[in-house]
Design a binder for this molecule. Structure first.
Ligand SMILES: O=C[C@H](O)[C@H](O)[C@H](O)COP(=O)(O)O
Length: 149
């Protein structure tokens, strides 16, 4: 699967680790920065870039990383067509796909060990959307609101 990934300095080390691990899993990981550790950098541009790439490529998924994942989720959700979920456990990662068809997942690098974050991200990437009518109906309501603006 094509996976678009972006982070600020807080997630830089985790991004490098996930890139390696997910590539070894067989994913095609596209890095949208940051490309070097810079304690003064800002997460929005990296999250916009990863999120825009997901929207531009049907079937791809995105990962945005920061210290908490909060700002990264907020930024990614500003991109039209993105449904970004903050996953903080394997279960919330799975639910973000099952119920929300989340096309971007946000992860807080300061909230987990690297191994935990990898487990969360793997769970997210592996889980399909259920396609159940009630979930699709709710997603469509959010999309209609977004597209009316
Ligand atoms: O929601 C934002 C993210 O957690 C950022 O990664 C975080 O705010 C960066 O914090 P600092 O600039 O203090 O390292």
């Amino acid at each position: 699967m094509r996976v678009h990934i972006g982070t600020d300095h807080a997630g830089f080390e985790l991004k490098e680790y996930l890139r390696e691990q997910l590539a070894a899993d067989g994913h095609d990981v596209v890095d949208h920065g940051s490309f070097e550790y810079d304690i003064e950098d800002d997460y929005p541009a990296f999250c916009f870039a990863a999120a825009e790439a997901v929207v531009a490529e049907a079937g791809s998924l995105g990962i945005v990383i920061g210290g908490s994942g909060n700002g990264e989720q907020i930024a990614a959700n500003k991109v039209r067509g993105v449904r970004a979920a903050l996953a903080w456990s394997v279960e919330t990662a799975r639910l973000s796909r099952q119920h929300n068809d989340a096309n971007v997942v946000a992860v807080g690098a300061r909230q987990h060990t690297a191994a935990e974050a990898l487990e969360i991200v793997r769970a997210y990437l592996a889980e399909p959307f259920t396609g159940l009518a009630r979930h699709q109906r709710r997603i469509d309501q959010v999309s209609a609101y977004e597209n009316a603006r």
